[in-house]
Write a protein that binds this ligand. Structure first.
Ligand code: HEM
Ligand SMILES: *[C@@H]1O[C@H](CO)[C@@H](O)[C@H](O)[C@H]1NC(C)=O
Ligand SMILES: *[C@@H]1O[C@H](CO)[C@@H](O)[C@H](O)[C@H]1NC(C)=O
Ligand SMILES: *[C@@H]1O[C@H](CO)[C@@H](O)[C@H](O)[C@H]1NC(C)=O
Ligand SMILES: *[C@@H]1O[C@H](CO)[C@@H](O)[C@H](O)[C@H]1NC(C)=O
Length: 328
């Protein structure tokens, strides 16, 4: 007779079903330790070389991981998948991927660097390391190369065979978002408000186009007046949509806590940036990070691991793409 602790047959089948559905979504930091231990060195050296050539590339690679994770694709009968390399699929005559969606078109960069990384990794271990995992590792290596924190990357994601143009438009937050919209966009992905504020610190590096911040520098009142006049010089009322400004004018090429110091001085470039310190519930977290860089580094590291856990494809779901731009 079965004891109270053991499962009877129907319960056991239900247990198997749910563990197969959910426990399979577990990632592991040792996933490639025997199948491709050289992947880490290869990815790191390719990322470093790309950043040495162009410092901004570190920012561009970090952003690719974010935009990959925030678009959940429905693959066959599987639940929605997040960090799955969907961002990397090129459009074809019969397929429109995520690259031309509003937040990405003429904005995302680094696809050539990802191609180089993938080719270098494939030369060492054929069809072992997914494109989704390459993005997660390249994001960490970029942050480290620019002086930011390091963290242990969880691995074992597999690549989607499709992508979602429409969800890239709806689920990647817009720079015009107010605080409540930012909070709900992250909450929709299972990320907390604390995660949202620390992940926004990624805007300590990289550049934005005039079109993304024009209304802020001409029309908003919660902005430092010397900052807005400087920015207006490079972002005219008409034309110059693609003119670039650093998201953190203080130290655009270093991953540090200056982003939060800027927010205290009303020097956030995007409307969404300044929303984090505009009299709302997140002001105190901004002040904490402005005063305590190691607290920011610790929280950012924890939050980006959480972001990397957004419904990955694991086990035998999806595939290991050979070329990150197309399905096998
Ligand atoms: C909180 C909501 C967010 C909004 C509204 C937002 C919006 C933007 C916008 C509008 C740009 C400029 C794009 C362009 O002009 O081409 C940008 C750049 C960037 N974003 Fe975000 N972002 C957010 C969160 C994040 C997160 C969570 C990360 C990463 C963890 C991130 C990383 C970056 C980086 C590194 C750049 C610069 C990219 C480069 O120079 O190539 N952002 N973001
Ligand atoms: C999903 O579909 C595959 C075949 O397409 C099938 O083998 C599998 O059992 C299905 N999984 C679930 C959870 O329905
Ligand atoms: C993407 O940008 C290109 C070049 O500016 C433009 O021609 C195209 O219409 C844009 N695609 C979408 C879907 O907006
Ligand atoms: C500023 O706001 C006014 C009124 O809403 C609008 O007409 C104008 O286009 C805005 N200017 C910019 C640069 O966004
Ligand atoms: C404007 O920026 C400067 C330099 O960061 C700062 O000293 C000043 O306090 C800021 N003004 C306001 C109103 O935040």
């Amino acid at each position: 007779m079965a004891s109270k602790q053991s499962l009877n047959a129907p319960e056991f089948l239900i247990f198997i079903f749910f563990t197969a559905t959910w426990a399979s979504a577990q990632l592991s930091s040792t996933f490639y330790d025997s199948s491709c231990p050289s992947a880490f060195r290869i990815i790191q050296s390719t990322v470093r070389a790309a950043i040495y050539k162009e410092r901004r590339m570190g920012a561009s690679l970090l952003r690719l991981h974010f935009h990959d994770c925030f678009v959940n694709v429905r693959l066959q009968n599987l639940s929605q998948t997040g960090c799955d390399g969907s961002i990397l699929l090129d459009d074809t005559t019969s397929f429109t991927g995520e690259k031309t969606a509003g937040p990405n078109n003429n904005s995302l960069r680094g696809f050539d660097v990802v191609d180089t990384i993938k080719a270098n990794v494939e030369a060492s271990c054929t069809q072992v390391v997914s494109c989704a995992d390459i993005l997660a590792i390249a994001a960490r290596d970029s942050v480290v190369a620019l002086g930011g924190p390091s963290w242990t990357v969880q691995l074992g994601r597999r690549d989607a065979t499709t992508a979602s143009f429409s969800q890239a438009n709806t689920d990647i937050p817009a720079p015009t978002s107010d605080l409540s919209t930012l909070i709900s966009a992250f909450s929709k992905k299972g990320l907390s408000t604390t995660d949202m504020v620390s992940l926004s610190g990624a805007h300590t590096i990289g550049q934005a186009r005039c079109t993304t911040f024009r209304s802020r520098i001409y029309n908003e009142s919660n902005i430092n007046s010397s900052f807005s006049s400087t920015e207006q010089n490079n972002c005219p009322l008409s034309n110059g949509d693609d003119n670039l400004s650093p998201l953190d004018a203080g130290s655009p090429n270093y991953f540090d806590n200056c982003y939060y110091k800027n927010l205290l001085n009303q020097r956030g470039l995007l409307h969404s940036d300044q929303q984090l310190n505009n009299g709302g519930s997140t002001d105190s977290q901004v002040s904490t990070y402005a005063a305590n860089p190691s607290k920011f580094f610790n929280d950012f590291s924890a939050a980006i691991v959480n972001m990397g856990n957004i419904s990955p494809l694991t086990g035998t779901d999806g595939e290991i793409r050979i070329n990150c731009r197309k399905t096998n």
